[in-house]
Design a protein around this ligand. Structure first.
Ligand code: PRT
Ligand code: ZN
Length: 300
């Protein structure tokens, strides 16, 4: 049995928008998980890696304090914690290592419909309701705006109706919550998505090796997301043009074709999506027998 020091902990949102995607991502890295009785952990059965299931707001703090080695959380939450620590005179001890392309949203300022808003100067001498007080403060300072943040822990969109604020600063994804509450977006403070953060604390050799191994697997999983393996036959003299048409590929493998000296087989990993148009262009350049296959695993 591993001692706790030899196991690594990854902080993941317990229940919410990021939970399923986060667990799915780690399972695609080869982790097999069982839930603890108290439902606070998912234990790694085949690797000494456990997931700590917590509220998303706690994740950057847990990683910064080295309670967890890695965490998966929205950039909005990471930036809010970073600003909170900096305001308190403390250095955040986490770094962002991957963007995950899920949990997309933006942190925006919105005004009640009909508000006369020309530019940021319209925000002077107003109250702005938000759960993101630290990001908002930093934005106001940076843009030299004299406005007062008013903290709301949730349901920020009702603050103007309650007469508690003139504007709100909240997360937006489809925009339907704003529309339903008679609000219009006026500025974007931050574009956000889920990210992986890593502690900057110094780890023992064994633990560091395990973290590095997990990061390498994550990198592999993220790289194959858009990657495709493409195979085709091509006239030898069309090779330069065909190489140029292969999207995001490194040096392709060129193989002889039995009984056809003027033709070759070309195999390449394309790190971008391969669209129908690309295949049509390759065909027009002389390629035939085109085959596009999804890539399951990749190790650089
Ligand atoms: O309990 P816990 O604290 O862990 O969860 P939570 O309620 O704080 O977070 P959760 O699960 O709602 O969101 C987790 C993360 O998902 C956020 O930190 C963001 O990084 C990301 N995310 C992506 C969103 C949204 N999209 C989103 N639309 N988080 C919240 N919203 C909310 C927003 O606050 C607003 O109320 O959805 C509403 C707006 O949505 P639209 O589609 O109407 O614009
Ligand atoms: Zn939260």
């Amino acid at each position: 049995m591993d001692t706790p020091e030899q196991r690594i902990q990854i902080a993941v949102q317990k229940t919410g928008r990021l939970t399923d995607h986060s667990i799915d991502l780690l399972q695609r890295c080869g982790l097999k998980l069982t839930q603890s009785k108290d439902q606070l952990f998912l234990y790694g059965e085949n690797m000494p890696i456990d997931l700590l299931l917590v509220r998303d707001d706690d994740i950057p703090g847990l990683v910064s304090d080295d309670v967890c080695d890695l965490g998966i959380v929205g950039l909005n939450v990471v930036e809010e914690k970073r600003q909170e620590l900096l305001c308190g005179g403390r250095e955040p001890r986490f770094k962002q290592v991957f963007e995950l392309d899920f949990g997309h949203c933006r942190l925006s300022l919105a005004a009640p419909d009909g508000t006369e808003y020309s530019d940021r100067t319209s925000l002077n001498n107003t109250k702005i309701a938000t759960s993101y007080v630290n990001i908002l403060r930093e934005y106001l300072t940076k843009n030299d705006i004299d406005a007062e943040p008013v903290y709301f822990s949730g349901a920020v969109e009702i603050a103007p109706k309650l007469g508690r604020a003139d504007y709100i600063c909240d997360l937006v994804s489809t925009g339907s919550t704003l529309a339903a509450n008679g609000l219009t977006e006026v500025e974007t403070l931050l574009e956000s998505e889920a990210v992986v953060i890593q502690t900057e604390a110094i780890l023992g050799d064994e633990k560091q090796a395990l973290v590095d191994r997990m990061l390498q697997r994550l990198d592999g999983v993220l790289q194959v997301r858009e990657s495709k393996y493409i195979m085709l036959h091509a006239p030898r003299d069309a090779l330069p043009q065909i190489r140029d048409l292969l999207p995001g590929s490194e040096a392709p493998t060129v193989l002889p074709l039995d009984g056809a000296d003027d033709k070759v087989a070309v195999h390449a990993v394309c790190r971008e999506n391969v669209f129908w148009e690309t295949l049509e262009n390759l065909k027009a350049a002389g390629a035939s027998s085109l085959l596009v296959i999804p890539v399951e695993k990749m190790l650089a």
